[in-house]
Design a protein around this ligand. Structure first.
Ligand code: CO
Length: 219
């Protein structure tokens, strides 16, 4: 119980492998980090950020939480945004959700999981906002997949509306906020095509998503 010797042994092997391929790697990284990307993704163990985009340590600043949520009252996430954008100077913020997200499914089913429900209420807000679009789909699997996508879009809009991102744009910083979704079954990422690079684009994406599918009762 007290020793995780297998993991520590794997760490030594990993370190040796990297150092053999690139002897200066760790020395360079220890001196500075200059990532180009900031990733906000789900904490799900099947969605390891760096690995699925083939990036090495030092190349991406990462924040993960349950169901990849960005809420303006979350000091942790806001601090990551501010530090990533203003101090590290990233140019791309990627909000990445995934199909099959357990947090999203719990919201869709109205399940009670415990304390985490207080966090998932932010996804519940998304479900309620787009309930017409969801009701138009015939199976739970389709509704689950669509809510996973809509949650990413909603979090892109939330991130883009934070003071941090708006200030960056007002100061003329180049910054794009992207919405991606990852498929567990084949390991492939999909761009949800809601990338925003200015406040005007945020309004356009919000409107486009609201109108994406007419509510069931209007069909
Ligand atoms: Co998830």
């Amino acid at each position: 119980m007290r020793l995780l010797s297998e993991l520590l042994a794997r760490n030594r092997a990993w370190s040796a492998e990297i150092a053999a391929a690139d002897p200066g790697f760790f020395t360079r990284l220890a001196e500075q980090q200059a990532p180009r990307y900031l990733w906000i993704g789900c904490g799900d163990s099947r969605v390891p950020a760096n690995q699925i985009v083939g990036l090495m340590p030092g190349e991406m600043f990462v924040h993960r939480n349950i169901a990849n949520v960005v809420v303006p009252s979350d000091l942790n996430c806001l601090s990551v945004l501010q530090y990533g954008i203003e101090v590290l100077g990233v140019h791309h913020l990627i909000i990445c959700g995934h199909y099959g997200c357990g947090g999203v499914l719990a919201v869709l089913r109205g399940e009670r999981l415990g304390l985490v429900d207080n966090w998932l209420c932010h996804v519940e807000t998304v479900r309620r906002r787009y309930r017409g679009q969801l009701a138009a789909l015939s199976t739970e699997a389709e509704r689950h997949a669509r809510l996973c996508e809509l949650n990413v879009v909603a979090q892109v809009l939330n991130a883009a509306r934070t003071t941090v991102v708006r200030d960056a744009w007002r100061q003329g910083r180049e910054l794009a906020v992207h919405g991606w979704i990852y498929a567990l079954r084949d390991g492939l990422l999909h761009d949800l095509e809601v990338t925003v690079t200015s406040e005007e684009e945020v309004a356009a994406v919000a409107e486009r998503v609201d109108l994406a599918t007419p509510p069931a009762d209007e069909r």
